[in-house]
Design a protein around this ligand. Structure first.
Ligand SMILES: *Cc1c(COP(=O)(O)O)cnc(C)c1O
Length: 275
C-alpha cells in the first residue's frame, strides 16, 4: 500500500472477508522487492496483490523485481492491478508469472468507463476452482466455461466491447513499441516542464510513473485557483491532488491518446495560468 488505490484494495479485501495483511509505506514511496520478501517470509499467504502504477501518487512499483521475489514463493499467486499502466509499457504477464492481471477501460486505454478487463493464468484458474462461495459475476471458472462458446456469464456492455475492439485496432495500427515510446517521450516532456518550473516530484527517482506525473507543490501555489482558471480560460482540467494530498500535489496525465502537441498545449496553458 503506497497510495489511495492500494489502500483501498486492502479495505475491499477485508470487506470481502479475506484475511488480508497490509504492507504499508508512506504515500509516494514505492513498494520495494525486499519488503515483499520480508513480509512473505513472515507468514503464510495465498496471494500478493500489487498496484503496478499507483495513480494517486504517481508511483510506479518495481513489478519485474517483485515478480522475481515471488519465484521463491511458488504457492503465492500474484494479482496485479495495471489500471493506469496497461498498454503504456510492456507487461509480459506469463514471463513475470502474473496470475491475474486487471485493468479498466477508463484510464490508460482512454475509453469510456464501464469495462473491467482481466487475464487469468492456468494456475489461478485451478486455484479458483478450489475456492467455495465464489459467487457468479466475478467467477473465473464461470468466465472460462462461457468463453469456450464466445459468451460471457451475464449480458455484457456490448457498445463498450465494440469500442474496445476499435481501440485495439488503433493500438495495433500505431504499433505497441511506438505506443510505449510515445508514452515515454510524453512523460519526459512533462518531467522537463516540472523541473524547468522549479517544481519537484512526489515519487522518488526510479519509481516514477510513466503515464502520469504527480507533482509536489513545493512552490506552494494555490492549486485550486490555478485549476479553476485553467478550466475557465483554456478549457483544460487537471487533478489538484488525490484525497489527503489535495493541494499539496497536482497530477498531469500523459496516458491514452495524448500527443506531443496536446501535452505542449496543456503545459503552455498551465504556464499561462500559473499563479
Ligand atoms: C482508477 C483506479 C482504480 C479504480 O478504478 P474505478 O473504476 O474508479 O473504481 C483502481 N486502481 C487504479 C490503479 C486506478 O488508477
Amino acid at each position: 500500500m503506497c497510495g489511495a488505490f492500494s489502500d483501498k484494495w486492502f479495505d475491499v479485501s477485508q470487506r470481502c472477508g479475506k484475511q488480508a495483511e497490509a504492507l504499508q509505506v508512506p504515500w509516494g514511496s514505492a513498494i520495494l522487492p525486499e519488503m515483499v520478501r520480508e513480509k512473505l517470509s513472515a507468514g503464510e499467504f495465498d496471494s500478493l496483490t500489487l498496484i503496478h502504477n499507483e495513480t494517486s501518487c504517481g508511483v510506479r512499483n518495481p513489478l519485474r523485481e517483485i515478480a522475481a521475489v515471488l519465484k521463491d514463493f511458488p504457492d503465492v499467486l500474484f494479482i496485479v492491478d495495471s489500471v493506469s499502466s496497461f498498454s503504456t509499457e510492456a507487461i509480459p504477464m506469463d514471463e513475470l508469472g502474473i496470475d491475474v492481471l486487471l485493468t479498466g477501460s477508463q484510464k490508460a486505454l482512454a475509453m469510456p468507463p464501464g469495462l473491467a478487463l482481466f487475464s487469468v493464468s492456468e494456475r489461478a484458474l485451478a486455484r479458483a476452482a478450489t475456492v467455495s462461495d465464489r459467487g457468479y459475476y466475478f467467477d473465473f471458472v464461470e468466465f472460462a466455461k462461457n468463453q469456450e462458446q464466445d459468451m460471457t456469464p451475464s449480458t455484457p456492455v456490448i457498445p463498450l466491447i465494440n469500442a474496445l475492439a476499435s481501440k485495439l485496432d488503433d493500438i495495433f495500427s500505431e504499433g505497441l513499441q511506438n505506443r510505449y515510446s510515445r508514452h515515454a517521450a510524453l512523460n519526459a516532456q512533462v518531467h522537463d516542464w516540472v523541473k524547468a518550473r522549479g517544481f519537484e516530484f512526489f515519487a522518488p527517482e526510479g519509481h516514477r510513473s510513466l503515464s502520469l506525473t504527480c507533482v509536489k507543490n513545493n512552490r506552494e501555489v494555490d492549486v485550486a485557483a490555478w485549476i479553476k482558471s485553467l478550466r475557465e480560460k483554456h478549457r483544460f482540467v487537471i487533478d489538484g491532488g488525490y484525497g489527503k494530498i489535495k493541494g499539496k500535489t497536482f497530477r498531469i496525465s500523459n496516458m491514452g491518446d495524448e500527443t506531443q502537441e496536446t501535452i505542449a498545449a496543456l503545459l503552455s496553458a498551465l504556464d499561462d495560468t500559473l499563479p
